[in-house]
Design a protein around this ligand. Structure first.
Ligand code: ACM
Ligand code: ZN
Length: 492
């Protein structure tokens, strides 16, 4: 169908023809996922359904829904109503994450939202119609400030807490559940029981990453648990927690999954893992017989920028389109039979609007769709680009925002033999022409063209601006950098 088929308006004058062909095709991997974090920013159910719709067009079949974190609890649990009465709300802050001001005394918590169980059923039905499975995540025992703000008795300190707005971390905060307190398990059983009844998929994700174990070291109840269970230390206490929660999840007829980090105390048996820091954890877990989903940050974290970091406002790093494309989710060292697949993961600290949710996802999710579908030897970066470009008009027609940063100049610096700074330009893809200025005017194709040699800097210049053309057409944004920034990029 032509791109106009994606239009939200009625379209006239198009012949709706498809060629009669026979297709034999099948995916490389079973788990072809995207994750969206709805805790750092809440997105209404219409946004989630539109996101799933767009995934399904590219046969991405698993939606990992990160429903809880320090910044908000987003799933209605009928037996624990405070989770959404209290835990879904924080004080409003806008802009640079981590630079926010802490809540003022008495300031109302008005920012947030949650999905009712009716909303969730509607989203599940919508996803099922599109052959997308939803994997819900409730992240415990760390990342639990919203839960603890709702039920402070579940932390080691039992002190009142507020849902995090994004202000710098304050050591008085307790975002880790107390493992010595049996109520922790009683309440989590209620949560996972309701999740198991709601969600038809086989996996429930229990989080498990970035646990600050020092709270446990100072807690009499946690220390008592270590003693009575014959554990060596807080690392083993974390594994005790994982095993006990995994058993609860299995008792509800579901399979447990958790984030994988270096877990000194070991994983729970039968627990599937999601490897996020790198591939090593996932490779090791696959060899030990655990099912694995690969989502290594430097290839698949969709919160990382796609273009020049200097043009972004935020605390993250870069994962360009070619880094997602040129990634093999099933490395030779892994036990391939245990690699379920992979996913792109979108954390939303700096994503406050649906348009940004889209532009952080696309086009990187197009490259991931191909990574998960196509056999490794058949994938080639340069011949992916025309296929990608064929889909951009479809995204335009569907009014889905996408980044064009893969067209943009990449600016770095070198030193000449006399130690003077020179500017080097490159690009992710072939057939890009770049034009530059040092005089603070906006370059176009009538300005000097980059010829592949390092550029000497004219006396007095303090910025470089560069633009890209492809097949004679302006593409991507203008990159505008102070030369002091270029200087920092010189490899020592
Ligand atoms: C994670 O990024 N902490 C899973
Ligand atoms: Zn404790």
């Amino acid at each position: 169908m032509p791109p106009a088929v994606e239009s939200k308006q009625t379209v006239a004058g198009v012949r709706w023809e498809i060629a009669g062909v026979k297709i034999k095709d099948y995916p490389r991997l079973a788990w072809r996922g995207l994750m969206v974090d709805v805790s750092r920013h809440f997105f209404p159910k219409e946004v989630i359904m539109a996101y799933i719709d767009q995934m399904a067009k590219y046969k991405l079949n698993t939606f990992h829904w990160h429903l809880t974190d320090n910044q908000g609890w987003r799933v209605e649990i009928k037996s624990l109503p405070k989770l959404t009465q209290v835990g879904a709300w924080r004080v409003p802050r806008t802009g640079y994450w981590k630079g926010f001001k802490a809540p003022e005394p008495g300031e109302p918590a008005t920012d947030g939202g949650f999905y009712s169980q009716e909303d969730i059923k509607e989203i599940i039905r919508y996803a099922e119609e599109r052959f997308v499975t939803i994997v819900p995540e409730v992240n415990v025992p760390g990342h639990s400030l919203a839960l603890i703000a709702s039920y402070p008795n579940l932390s080691c300190t039992q002190t009142p807490q507020q849902v995090l707005a994004g202000d710098p971390w304050n050591p008085q905060r307790t975002n880790v559940l107390c493992i010595g307190n049996d109520s922790t398990f009683t309440e989590l059983e209620k949560v996972f029981s309701e999740l198991a009844q709601l969600f038809p998929g086989e996996y429930l994700h229990m989080g498990g990453d970035e646990v600050t174990r020092s709270y446990w070291d100072k807690c009499a109840k946690c220390q008592q648990r270590i003693k009575t269970e014959g554990l060596k230390n807080s690392e083993e206490l974390q594994t005790y927690f994982l095993k006990r929660l995994a058993r609860i999840i299995q008792s509800k007829g579901k399979k447990p999954m958790g984030w994988y980090e270096k877990l000194e105390g070991g994983l729970a048996p039968n627990m599937a893992v999601m490897s996020w820091k790198d591939m090593k954890g996932g490779i090791a877990a696959s060899q030990q017989g655990h099912k694995v989903v690969m989502t290594p940050a430097f290839n698949t974290y969709l919160d990382f920028y796609q273009g020049d970091p200097y043009l972004e406002n935020g605390p993250f790093t870069v994962t360009r389109l070619n880094a997602t494309y040129n990634w093999n989710p099933v490395p030779l060292e892994a036990n391939a039979a245990n690699i379920l697949g992979g996913q792109g993961s979108l954390w939303t600290e700096q994503v406050a609007h649906e348009r940004k949710l889209q532009s952080m996802t696309w086009p990187r999710a197009l490259s991931l769709a191909e990574v998960f579908w196509t056999p490794q030897p058949k994938r080639q970066w340069e011949n992916f680009i025309p296929r990608l470009e064929a889909h951009l008009p479809r995204l335009d027609s569907a009014q889905v925002n996408y980044a064009t940063h893969f067209y943009e100049p990449i600016v770095s610096g070198v030193k000449d033999s006399s130690g003077a700074l020179q500017v080097v330009l490159s690009s992710e893809i072939k057939d890009i022409e770049m034009y530059y200025t040092f005089d603070d005017s906006n370059p176009d194709k009538f300005y000097p063209k980059y010829q592949g040699q390092p550029l000497d800097i004219p006396k007095g210049a303090h910025h470089i601006r560069v633009v890209s053309y492809r097949h004679g057409k302006r593409v991507g944004r203008e990159i505008n950098l102070p030369l002091s920034e270029v200087e920092k990029r010189v490899r020592k």
